[in-house]
Design a protein around this ligand. Structure first.
Ligand SMILES: NC(=O)c1ccc[n+]([C@@H]2O[C@H](COP(=O)([O-])OP(=O)(O)OC[C@H]3O[C@@H](n4cnc5c(N)ncnc54)[C@H](OP(=O)(O)O)[C@@H]3O)[C@@H](O)[C@H]2O)c1
Length: 470
């Protein structure tokens, strides 16, 4: 007997919280988990929300609990698990039913699954969900891709569980097939860049300047009241202010300095390169996580490469420069992410509404920040070249902050502190403000050794060659 409005498979961290959120909004939800013992534990601990949770021991029971067109949300790890759940679930579904992959999927796989399921008469929605466990429970930012008619069937539930910004849900249908998962991937890429830039500023203060974690926490706490206001700056202050209950040391000091990554940052870079794009700040952040994992190499390197090649002290950077430098770099990180979204939108014919993307990131998601309101406004106003850094408001903000970024990067270089994401952001800015760069020499070299040809600037003629042999 049909008794639920929507189904959900995968009661892990995200799925359990999302199911509670749906139940909390008054929608009965049928829940299934591969290890079925988890289902009963979960419902047993749900308190009054249990009355909106329908246990489904298997996929047949899940399908029977739903009214066609059924909608089933999957919240399982990307890749094989998504395919295996789809394979087991589809025999119990009917034409027009909807499968929603709410995990972090590679958008290429979402496109493949959407096409394959369409051939079988089913509808597939790729839905990016950001906000971690807390967001899933109380309001995430939700980026949806797939057929608009399929979204219409689930929009009421999705928009009621999403975060709200000034009473507008932070959820939107952004385009067909993989559009939602692509936007979520780039969201995570921007998140990588922002986290890395914050960590680099921390490194300058802690390792370069020898400041205590408490004083750095206070600094970040103060910055969170200004133009850097954001979830990531807020939690940075909290992480740095936390002591390890066992040793009393700063918590950050008992954590191994080797950052994990589950793939979305790398996907951002891979997809960018396939599109002929290079979001340098995001690339640098992905690279920095990979280098962080080379712990043994860095331990050997510390003995062999210091201190002659890397002086331990350098010019002190003013706190105000660190704040404004981080703001400049953050703007550039976002700008590179949005530029990539616009390149993908053109390539895949998605007509992404970038202002709307910025709007649904203003609450619920990990990169939520006060800057996103300015970004949304910039995309709704005059935007020379379609580039965020050229929007009048951002030209002004960068004019006020890039000199600080320059001083931060210079001081880091002199004192031997690695700041790959901050320096990549600065290099991007300096590249974009040079109408004539240095690639003429690259073209000359290519023509010299490979006869690749070049365009003459005086006549505009292509396929020209230099008199190299003469
Ligand atoms: N954690 C976050 O902050 C976050 C944020 C945004 C998006 N996401 C994405 O959300 C998805 C779920 O992440 P999570 O953190 O909730 O993971 P999780 O806590 O590890 O839970 C994974 C869930 O998937 C199930 N599962 C794993 N392999 C399966 C398979 N082969 N067949 C069927 N079920 C399978 C597990 O069932 P069992 O109990 O039977 O093992 C469990 O219910 C991932 O795509 C992740 O990237 C996570």
């Amino acid at each position: 007997m049909a008794e639920a409005r929507i189904g959900l498979v995968g009661l892990g961290v995200m799925g359990a919280n999302l199911a509670l959120n749906i139940a909390d909004k008054g929608f009965p939800v049928a829940v299934h988990n591969r290890r079925t013992s988890v289902i009963h534990d979960f419902i047993g601990k749900a308190g009054p929300l249990a009355e909106n949770l329908v246990p489904a021991e298997d996929y047949a029971a899940l399908a029977a609990a739903l009214t066609p067109p059924r909608a089933v949300i999957l919240m399982v790890p990307a890749g094989g698990p998504v395919d295996s759940v789809i394979e087991a679930l589809t025999p119990h579904l009917d034409t027009g039913d909807i499968i929603v992959d709410a995990g972090n999927a590679d958008f290429n796989e979402t496109r493949r699954r959407e096409a394959a399921l369409r051939d079988e008469g089913l509808r597939f929605v790729g839905m990016g969900v950001s906000g971690g466990a807390e967001g899933a429970r109380h309001g995430p930012s939700i980026m949806v891709g797939g057929a608009e008619a399929a979204y219409a069937e689930i929009a009421e539930v999705v928009e009621s569980i999403a975060a709200r910004y000034q009473d507008t849900p932070c959820a939107a249908h952004l385009g067909p097939d993989g559009a939602g998962h692509f936007v979520k991937t780039v969201h995570n890429g921007i998140e990588y860049a922002d986290m890395q830039m914050i960590a680099e500023i921390y490194g300058l203060l802690r390792h370069g300047d020898g400041r205590s974690t408490d004083s750095i926490a206070e600094l970040f706490h103060g910055w969170n009241q200004g133009p850097l206001q954001s979830y990531l700056v807020e939690i940075t202050a909290k992480v740095l202010a936390t002591a390890d209950p066992e040793t009393g040391q700063p918590m950050v000091d008992v954590i191994l300095d080797s950052a994990g990554q589950k793939g979305t940052g790398r996907w951002t870079v891979v997809e960018a390169l396939k599109l002929g794009q290079s979001p340098m700040a995001i690339e640098a952040a992905v690279a920095a996580r990979s280098w962080s994992a080379e712990k043994a190499l860095r331990e050997t390197g510390e003995g062999l490469l210091s201190p002659q090649d890397a002086p331990e002290t350098g010019p002190r950077v003013l706190d105000g420069d660190l704040e404004r430098g981080l703001l400049a770099a953050r703007i550039i990180g976002y700008a590179q992410g949005f530029w990539l979204l616009s390149a993908a939108s053109e390539e895949f014919d998605w007509s992404l509404d970038l202002a709307r993307v910025a709007e649904i990131w203003r609450a619920g998601c990990i990169i939520r920040s006060s800057l996103l309101d300015d970004i949304a406004q910039a995309f709704r106003g005059e935007l020379p070249g379609g580039a965020l850094i050229l929007a009048p408001a951002f030209v002004r903000m960068l004019r006020d902050s890039v000199s600080a970024l320059r001083r931060v990067v210079a001081a880091a270089a002199v004192s031997g502190q690695p700041v790959p994401a901050l320096s990549a952001a600065l290099a991007y800015y300096d590249t974009m403000r040079q109408a004539r760069g240095t690639a003429a020499l690259i073209q000359g070299q290519r023509d010299f050794f490979g006869s690749h040809g070049f365009v003459r600037v005086d006549t505009g003629e292509a396929d020209q060659h230099g008199p190299w042999g003469a």
